[in-house]
Ligand binder design. Structure first.
Ligand SMILES: Nc1ncnc2c1ncn2[C@@H]1O[C@H](COP(=O)(O)OP(=O)(O)OP(=O)(O)O)[C@@H](O)[C@H]1O
Length: 274
C-alpha cells in the first residue's frame, strides 16, 4: 500500500481541479447487508453517490469495498453464495426490484476491473460489441461514430486510430485499461464503477488513467475502489472509509484526508494499519 505523509495528502488534495460542490444524488445505499453464505461481509452500510463526482472507497484489505461496489450494479448476483439486503437506488429507483432488467442496469452502471480484460477481438470490436448487443446502432457509420467518440473520451483515439482492426490484447497494459474504459463508455453509462483500475499499471499509465478519471466526471458519475491514498486524494471529491464490513465515515475528500472525525480513518490514511 502507498502511504502518505500529511503534507503529501494535502498537496494531492489541493492539486484537484474540481471542488466538492453538492451535485444531485445519483445512487443511494441504505442499510446494505451482504452475506457470502453464512458469513456477513457488509453491516448496514448507508452511502450516497453524487452525480458527476468521484467517490473513493478506501479501507484495509477485506473490509468490503469491492463487495459494496459490486452491489451498485448487481455484480454480486453472479456470486452464488452472495445475498444482498437493504435498499440501493439509482435515480430513486430500487435496482433490486424484480422488474429491473439487470443487463440494462449494467449498461447504465458500467464496470472497469482491476486487470485490463479486453475481449480477444479487435480494438474496434471491443468498443462496438456493447452497442451492438444493446441495439444502440444499426448502420456502420453509427458504429464508427460511437467507437471514435468512446475512444476519444477514454483518451485512446490518437494512439489507436490507425490500428482499429488489430487485436485489443496487443496494446500495452495502460492502453488496454483505457480500451476497457472506452468499452464501458460505449453503451452510454451514467455511472462507472472502477475496482482498483490502476493496480496492474505502471506509474505513467496510472497517471494517465487518473487524469482521465478527472475528465470523465464531467459526463459520468464514478465510484472507485483504491488502495492508494494518493490516488483517492488526487481523483475523488468524496471518500468513504470502510473497516470490517462497516462504513466508518464518509465525507469530502479534503476533510477525510486532513481532519477525519474517526480515529480509524486517521490511522488508516497515515499508514498506522492496513
Ligand atoms: N465470493 C466470495 N465468497 C466468499 N467470501 C467473499 C467473496 N468475496 C469476498 N468475500 C469476503 O468478503 C469480505 C469482504 O471482501 P471484499 O473483497 O469486498 O473486500 P475489499 O475491501 O474489497 O478487499 P481487498 O481490498 O482485499 O480487495 C472478505 O472477508 C472476503 O473474504
Amino acid at each position: 500500500m502507498n502511504l502518505m505523509t500529511g503534507s503529501q495528502v494535502e498537496n494531492a488534495v489541493h492539486q484537484q481541479t474540481g471542488g466538492v460542490e453538492n451535485t444531485p444524488l445519483k445512487m443511494r445505499g441504505r442499510k446494505v447487508n451482504v452475506f457470502y453464505g453464512p458469513k456477513q461481509a457488509l453491516f448496514g452500510v448507508d452511502l450516497d453517490v453524487r452525480q458527476n463526482q468521484v467517490t473513493a472507497l478506501i479501507g484495509p484489505s477485506g473490509c468490503g469495498k469491492s463487495t459494496f461496489l459490486r452491489c451498485l450494479n448487481r455484480m454480486n448476483d453472479t456470486v452464488d453464495s452472495a445475498r444482498v439486503e437493504g435498499d440501493i437506488t439509482l435515480d430513486g429507483e430500487n435496482i433490486y426490484d424484480p422488474k429491473i432488467d439487470v443487463v440494462e442496469l449494467r449498461a447504465r452502471v458500467g464496470m472497469v476491473f482491476q486487470k485490463p480484460n479486453p475481449f480477444p477481438k479487435s480494438i474496434y470490436e471491443n468498443v462496438a460489441y456493447g452497442p451492438r448487443i444493446h441495439g444502440l446502432a444499426r448502420r456502420k457509420a453509427d458504429f464508427d461514430g460511437i467507437v471514435e467518440k468512446s475512444l476519444q473520451r477514454a483518451g485512446l483515439w490518437s494512439e489507436v486510430k490507425d490500428r482499429l482492426h488489430e487485436p485489443g490484447t496487443g496494446l500495452s497494459g495502460g492502453q488496454q485499461q483505457r480500451l476497457c474504459i472506452a468499452r464501458a463508455i460505449a453503451v452510454s453509462p451514467e455511472v462507472i464503477l472502477m475496482d482498483e483500475p490502476c493496480s496492474a499499471l505502471d506509474p505513467i499509465a496510472t497517471a494517465r488513467i487518473e487524469e482521465l478519471i478527472d475528465e470523465l466526471r464531467q459526463n459520468y458519475t464514478i465510484v472507485i475502489v483504491t488502495h492508494s491514498m494518493q490516488q483517492a486524494a488526487r481523483v475523488s471529491q468524496r471518500t468513504a472509509m470502510f473497516h470490517l464490513g462497516n462504513l466508518v465515515e464518509e465525507g469530502p475528500t479534503e476533510k477525510m484526508f486532513t481532519n477525519p472525525d474517526e480515529k480509524r480513518t486517521r490511522d488508516y490514511i497515515t499508514g498506522r494499519y492496513g
